[in-house]
Design a protein around this ligand. Structure first.
Ligand code: URA
Length: 216
């Protein structure tokens, strides 16, 4: 795990397996099927790091040899929240790791003129005392990510209860996110160079939703 001195809340998960798989995802010739598989696999690996500090409690277990107080994850079930639509590709991997998690959905699309997020769907479980893992592969302008966190905060979810997971981020987007929500941790597989004039991440991997679902 690496940090960037400009962004204290950003954690770059630069594990060799993650980097290797991401490089194949970036390749324009990678098929939809492989792109989808790689995204699920990377999210599984990222999920392992993201959940590293989950609080534990104990439960009484009788092994064949003796009773013990065995560690189990404390508190209410986690909530995985994909930001639609590309976030779905990441929630699949996270749910494989945490099968009992609840799933919320936040639907936002980017207005092609203003690049501002337009919300069209919010479905969440009860929000009290839960940890939320928001996921969206591309943290580009940061506007959708900021909006998704706003949605949770309006429901009294605190900074400490939220983590945001993306595959690739642009420095511009991380700055916007950090200014809006300095207390929310962000995990990414790569911090890329910059945004282009169409607010695409460079070098990036193109349109994550289109590549994931095979649309244009
Ligand atoms: N959304 C994407 O899918 N790709 C980008 O590069 C930026 C936003």
């Amino acid at each position: 795990m690496r940090q960037d001195p400009r962004f204290p809340n950003l954690h770059i998960l630069d594990h060799p397996l993650i980097q290797h798989k991401l490089s194949h995802m970036r390749d324009r010739d990678t098929s939809t099927r492989t792109f989808r598989e790689l995204l699920r696999e990377i999210t599984l690996l990222m999920g392992y790091e993201i959940t590293r500090n989950l609080p534990l409690t104990t439960m009484r277990v009788e092994t064949p040899l003796q009773p013990i107080d065995a560690p189990v994850i404390a508190g209410k079930k986690l909530v995985v929240v994909p930001v639609l639509r590309a976030g779905i590709g990441m929630s699949d991997g996270l749910l494989e790791l945490i099968p009992s998690a609840r799933v919320g959905h936040i639907g936002v699309y980017r207005d092609p003129e203003t690049h501002r997020p337009v919300e069209y769907l919010v479905r969440l479980p009860d929000t009290s005392e839960r940890t939320f893992i928001l996921c969206d592969p591309m943290l580009a302008t940061g506007n959708s990510a900021v909006h998704a966190v706003d949605v949770l905060k309006k429901r009294q979810v605190s900074d400490e209860q939220i983590v945001f997971v993306a595959l690739v981020a642009a420095p511009e987007g991380v700055k916007v996110f950090q200014d809006a929500h300095p207390g929310v941790k962000v995990y990414v597989a790569s911090l890329d160079s910059h945004l282009n004039d169409h607010a695409y991440i460079v070098p990036g991997l193109g349109d994550a939703g289109d590549r994931l679902f095979g649309t244009k």
